[in-house]
Design a protein around this ligand. Structure first.
Ligand code: ADP
Ligand code: ADP
Length: 229
């Protein structure tokens, strides 16, 4: 995926109320874009449209300029990874959680993804570092680390597009920093779409779309928007 855009997207869950009105923005590979706005602004709806869990009533998601509806849903979803706000871990080890039923992924790939997601800052206290990580019970790790496991799980799939929904809103400052550092490194080769309700958590983004009441109210750089707010 070289570039991804929402083009004049409008969406309504029901006939009474429109949720998105003529929303357009674009993001290229090598870039991270932020979507910010108060609760109810339509951010999650945009995420669902990007993931093709919902189709807009009008407008389109464009991938390299082509309507994504020309691609089979499963093929699109194989290229996109999603990290939700508060990720759960499942039963088993950290490795089980990163691999998550993808049996073909090797331990080396799991460790590489764990490194990219900066899980290791917490496990530096563990005697054998990454070797220990392989066998560590996932439900025994901290909340911040759990979220970074979710990031590693998303990265091990080698996504071309990474969508993160408030990935750091429940994290302490240190964990948030580690996630930001990961995203900074990942964005060379992956389109990143980062959703948040606070502008301050979007410093990694090259451009930020401000949503208000289902409309794009501003687009700008992090510094420009911070100045205005
Ligand atoms: P945000 O993620 O910015 O908080 P959402 O996209 O979740 O915003 O919601 C935008 C609007 O759509 C809100 O008014 C919300 O109440 C409404 N909405 C969200 N999901 C549904 C749904 N499944 N059915 C009907 N309305 C919904
Ligand atoms: P599948 O997942 O079965 O391959 P698609 O992902 O191609 O189906 O289509 C999903 C939904 O999008 C369907 O409701 C289909 O009618 C609609 N759709 C597909 N292509 C277009 C298009 N070019 N314009 C508008 N809607 C479309």
């Amino acid at each position: 995926v070289g570039d991804l855009a929402l083009s004049h997207v409008s969406f309504a869950y029901n006939a009474e109320s429109d949720v998105l009105h003529d929303v357009s923005f674009a993001v290229r590979r090598g870039e991270a874009i932020g979507i910010v706005g108060p609760s109810g602004a339509g951010k999650s709806t945009i995420v669902q449209i990007l993931l093709r869990l919902r189709d807009p009533q009008s407008g389109a998601v464009l991938v390299n300029g082509q309507d994504v509806r020309g691609t089979r849903r499963v093929d699109w979803q194989a290229r996109v990874s999603y990290v939700p706000q508060a990720s759960q871990v499942v039963w088993g080890t950290v490795t089980d959680n990163i691999r998550f039923h993808r049996d073909w992924i090797t331990d080396e790939q799991v460790v590489a993804a764990a490194r990219r997601a900066h899980i290791h800052d917490d496990i530096s206290a563990w005697p054998q570092g990454y070797d220990t990580l392989i066998g560590q019970r996932a439900n025994a790790v901290s909340g911040g680390q759990r979220q970074r496991i979710a990031l590693a799980r998303a990265l091990v799939a080698e996504p071309q597009v990474l969508v993160l929904d408030e990935p750091t809103s429940a994290l302490d400052v240190r964990s948030e920093e580690l996630v930001q550092r990961s995203l900074q490194a990942i964005k060379q080769d992956t389109i990143i779409i980062l959703v948040a309700h606070r502008l301050s958590t979007l410093s990694v983004c090259d451009r930020i779309v401000v949503m208000v009441d289902g409309r794009v109210s501003a687009v700008g750089s992090h510094t420009d928007l911070m100045k205005q707010s």
